[in-house]
Design a protein around this ligand. Sequence first.
Ligand SMILES: Cc1ncc(C[n+]2csc(CCOP(=O)(O)OP(=O)(O)O)c2C)c(N)n1
Ligand SMILES: [Mg+2]
Length: 729
Amino acid sequence: MAVTKIESRKNASAVADMPAKTDKTYEGLTRQQLVEIYRLMYLSRRLDDREKVLKNQQKIFFQISGAGHEALTVAAAVNLKPGYDWFYPYYRDRTLCLALGVTPYEQLLQGVGAADDPASGGRQMPSHWGHKKLNIVTQSSPTGTQFLQAVGCAEAGRYFSNHPDAAAKHDGDYREFKDVKFQGDEVVYCSAGDGTTSEGEFWEAMNSSCNLKLPVLFLIEDNGYAISVPVEVQTAGGNISKLVSNFPNLLLEECDGTDVVASFAACKRAVDYIRAGKGPALVHGHVIRPYSHSLSDDERLYRPDSEREKDAKRDPVTRLQMFLVRENILDEAGINKLEKDVDHEVEAAADQALKATFPSTDSIYRHVYSEDLDPRKMASEAQPQGADRTMADLINACLKDEMRRDERIVVFGEDVADCSREEYLKEQKLKGKGGVFKLTSGLQMEFGGERVFNSPLAEANIVGRAVGMATRGLKPVVEIQFFDYIWPAYHQIRNEFSVIRWRSNGNFSCPAVVRVAIGGYLTGGAVYHSQCGESLFTHIPGLRVCFPSNALDANGLLRTAIRCDDPVMFLEHKRLYRETFGRAPYPGPDYMIPFGKARTMKEGKDLTVITYGATVPRALQAAQKIEREQNVSVELIDLRTLNPYDWEAIATSVRKTSRVMVAHEDTLSWGYGAEIAARIADELFEDLDAPVKRVAATDTFVAYQPILEDVILPQAEDLFKAMESLARF
Ligand SMILES: Cc1ncc(C[n+]2csc(CCOP(=O)(O)OP(=O)(O)O)c2C)c(N)n1
Ligand SMILES: [Mg+2]
């Protein structure tokens, strides 16, 4: 049983030589194990106490405690295996992390913000856990983003068990740097507080993990409050167990989380159930929160003494201490010795942590992107074959090529499968759907439902699961059906997908591709099927952003996106999917376009137009017209990728023409063009003969009525006029 392991861990030495007085066990816990558990709980509490002092002395900068949650989280930990199972803990899980093998010194390094902090190297707050060796996945601060990632993590474990060859290393792409570990019966632990179950992503994770019978242990640590908001305000009826009790395939355990033995028994039943492959489990433990929410909170403002005193009587550390004495497991002298040893250990760890080296200030850019593989350098030649094909065709062809080449790729999203009810496909009576724009058509038929499948209609679900899978080494290439509906996933994109590598100081990464159908000019697309918004991604460090304008670029950039080691937003303009403009022959299965290399669509000498996406063909039309009619020679640059972008190409062209405009389909103000224009003004001022111009959509939404859409979105005519005035300036 896994629990015996804690005796052999380094920290257990204080009690290892204690003779067991009887063979009596408590729900399977031996007396010696209970002593060790007490040691961990007491250690955890003392670390919180020590941190509080350090915070008051301004030697650390934030403190949030695990106090009151010690019994429940240690009970979970002793049923699990560090470095074997996977862990998505939250900030109250100090005792769990100690029990898994994070040392007190390592925990204090977090508070200090030390270079050697194994969780983040000083980038993330203390008690935001992460430990690569122990499979404790980097923790963020938004409540509840861990749920769907835990689901994805569990899916990845199952996938690799079914496809062990996919785990192999492979030179020349992200797999060279992304090691895969899997066990077959691993459990994914995911904890949260009672308040956090109000987040929609909790329910999405319950839904998917139960539906897919995934090995996830949800531990809900219910201390009755979310900062100052009591549980009955968060949860209908005040008890989360009641609300989740009807989920199919779920084992539900409700326990007194201040009682170690009861918590241990509940967690053991849960873990046994999960390891047996029966589905997920949720353990709902009732705990207390004696130290307010954090050091920034004073709970006396909203909780009367009577309530706090009632809680104090259930303090888990005191309860276990009394239990040990009552059961003659330790006497007073034994307790005193243990506590003294722990006090010394904490002091020594704190002294050592306070001497730790800080991160160097020039390290701040490390791990924003992969340090191993640079997509700006990934390139291979096209080998054109056959007739011209559309952007939709060549994206589909790239997905197929890459899925044949790399068994780690999974594709999911809304409607992306050919047909979820596979028996219909087997009867071969139907063609299948394959995406609302048919971009994933035929993928499920070729690669099977395990690699290509429909997600629930829930965008956070898609990206959150993809992040969890990619963290484990899978390569999800997921689809967001319309950019207009990406917002539920934006939280995962902004706070997780982009930042996991940086905040974990390179210990974790989640290189996946999010394909997004974007843009207007649809005639009838209206407000919610026509939006752009690329600057909302380019404004996020850590993300690569592609926005191809033609079939060949879409193919070559998507291949680089898939093979690279960074998270990529791949923006596909739906108006361009089947446009006559920009069709091209299939370039072969290895064609890669490096990121950050613009394409000069047309050379010119009088003015430069910098653009991308659906304004490329419109700008080209305008440029040809002005050249024809007024002999103005326009240089047209298609950026192709927006982060990174090709500054070199911009600067070279501006130096040549001295007149420049940036054009895009997205709204004008605070758009992508503002950044490019500002940089040109800053760095190329002396090369300019005219102010930098911008052409973009009006600062409105896109309307349904075509005559309105026409005035809202930039047309070739608008570009023509802007070129004219720029040339004349
Ligand atoms: C998405 C999000 N909203 C708000 C916060 C601010 N916040 C941090 S912890 C917390 C309360 C969490 O309560 P609960 O889930 O019950 O956990 P507990 O702290 O009680 O253990 C809040 C509102 C946050 N971190 N993330
Ligand atoms: Mg709470």
